[in-house]
Design a protein around this ligand. Structure first.
Ligand code: BES
Ligand code: MN
Ligand code: ZN
Length: 499
């Protein structure tokens, strides 16, 4: 998609379509009002007859509106003006692009970016309008043998900004929005790929490819024998049951000062989670191909940061493996030694995420991190607690927790903190090892984070449990690309802080 920004009056746009907002109930936005004035009340006449109430998501396409230079005007219902928030803004942009793409319109001048969203400036609106547009047109049919040919897809979107003064910021926002969108697309594509294609080796290849396509990017792949030497007995206890070799992928984008401590992202990369010997039940087991969504989001962040050549040091670490029940697989009751030296009694082989993350988190120390943020589809319990709208957040450093809460709120990709009180730690007591890998049926998301907390004492750390937000189940099954918007906002906030 081609995106740009422009400042100019809507009635003067020589283009096939101009999109303007109408609020509930029947209230014209400023640009709709301007079009109405120049057409002698053409729009308000229709609206008075009840053709468009302004309910969020409503559409009305008008042809041959007098005294305008465009072929068509698309009215977009935006809901109640005082409720026009991030969600409504995204929805309005979604509707513009899907409606026009469906009807074979190839270009649009969209005035949705001129509407007021509380506390958001034009640049924010332009970047998020780009993201919403790309998001709405995303499809994953690379594995279908017959390609649907969209006859004349929407290919050019021009967003309106209120004055020429805002053009440079708007253009930068277009670039940012496009880079974030392509990171999100990478995340969704990798997540949607099935386990027989997206193996640990495949993820390693994609990471290697980022090194080839981006200046200054560095990728390093550790093989199983390298990990053996580092003593990653916990990680390797998961890959034992699989024929696919595990990989530990690390990626570096060092765009900042030499002395700047990096932000380190760690993503759970279980390319298929069968549960191992503690085998999962069959229903919906296919969705366990999504158990690498954390890894995919780290890949997306790294790629977006590198695309934008962001002036910050950012590192991504991905422990990648399958969790399978082959003959050599780890058995319930087995005791393994992690890289940190702590021994772990594996009481349930389906609690494998923490087993691979703990060694990756210990490995992260070598980068002398400012903060470490891990992202993982870690617990079904998180879906019970927070559903699919909000990611779980836990950590050992309040300022980092607050930064992530704020970034999520600002990006429309929210998370919420669960307590990591010491009281829960005893649930991990083991009779035979330093720690057990499960903490019983209560507070499953918290005890999983308690497990990780034993390995993150040397730095500021936060954990995002994205089991609920990373993909949709059911009829519209597919990866969402979350929490990429949150993570990118966090990085932008950190960069702004150093200026
Ligand atoms: N990958 C799963 C968590 C999961 C389950 C994510 C369902 C999304 C949907 C994880 O490896 C797992 O199996 N966790 C167990 C932990 C339990 C054995 C303590 C779970 O949540 O049941
Ligand atoms: Mn599991
Ligand atoms: Zn898992």
């Amino acid at each position: 998609m081609e995106f740009s920004v422009k400042s100019g009056s809507p009635e003067k746009q020589r283009i096939s379509c101009v999109a303007v907002g109408v609020f509930d109930s029947r209230k014209l936005s400023l640009s709709a009002q301007i079009l109405d004035d120049s057409s002698d009340g053409f729009i308000s006449n229709l609206i008075r007859r009840g053709e468009c109430e302004g309910k969020l998501g409503q559409t009305l396409l008008l042809h041959n509106v007098p005294n305008t230079l465009c072929d068509r005007i698309l009215l977009i219902g935006c809901g109640r003006e005082k409720h026009f928030d991030i969600k409504a803004f995204q929805k309005a942009n979604h509707v513009v692009s899907t409606f026009l793409d469906d009807r074979g319109a190839t270009e649009v001048f969209s005035c949705i970016t001129e509407l007021n969203v509380k506390n958001r400036n034009s640049a924010w609106k332009v970047s998020h309008a780009v993201q919403a547009t790309e998001d709405s047109l995303y499809t994953f049919n690379q594995l279908k043998s017959k390609k649907e040919n969209t006859r004349r897809p929407l290919r050019k979107v021009i967003f309106s900004v209120p004055s020429r003064r805002e053009l440079p910021d708007g253009e930068q926002a277009v670039r940012e929005g496009m880079a974030i969108s392509s990171g999100i697309k990478l995340t969704r594509d990798l997540s949607n790929l099935p386990g027989n294609i997206c193996t640990p080796t495949y993820l390693a290849e994609v990471a290697k490819n980022l090194e080839i396509t981006h200046r200054g990017f560095k990728t390093e792949i550790l093989e199983e024998d390298d990990m053996e030497k580092l003593g990653m007995g916990s990680f390797l206890s998961v890959s034992r049951g699989s024929r696919q070799p595990a990989k530990l992928i690390s990626m570096q984008h060092m765009g900042g000062d030499k002395n700047q401590k990096p932000i380190v992202f760690v993503g759970k990369g279980v390319t298929f989670d069968s549960g191992g010997i503690s085998l999962k039940p069959g229903g919906a087991m296919d969705e366990m191909k999504y158990d690498m969504c954390g890894a995919a989001s780290v890949m997306g962040v790294m790629s977006a940061c590198a695309d934008l050549q962001l002036p910050y040091n950012i590192i991504g670490i991905i422990p990648a493996t399958e969790n399978m029940p082959d003959g050599l697989a780890t058995k319930p009751g087995d005791i393994v030694t992690s890289m940190s030296g702590l021994t772990v009694e594996v009481l349930n082989t389906d609690a494998e995420g923490r087993l691979i993350l703990c060694d990756a988190l210990t490995y992260a120390q070598k980068f002398d991190p400012d903060v470490v943020i891990d992202i993982a589809t870690l617990t079904g319990a998180c879906i019970v607690a927070l559903g699919s709208h909000t990611a779980g957040l836990l950590g050992n450093h309040n300022p980092l927790i607050n930064d992530l809460l704020n970034a999520g709120r600002d990006a429309g990709d929210r998370c919420w903190e669960l307590p990591l009180f010491d009281d829960y730690q005893q649930q991990l007591d083991s009779n035979f090892a330093d720690i057990a890998n499960i903490g019983g049926k209560e507070a499953g998301t918290i005890t999983a984070a308690c497990f990780l907390s034993r390995f993150t004492k040397k730095y500021h750390w936060a954990h995002l449990d994205i089991a609920g937000v990373a993909w949709n189940s059911g009829k519209n099954k597919g990866a969402t690309g979350r929490p990429l918007p949150l993570l990118m906002q966090y990085v932008f906030d950190r960069i702004a802080e150093t200026k």
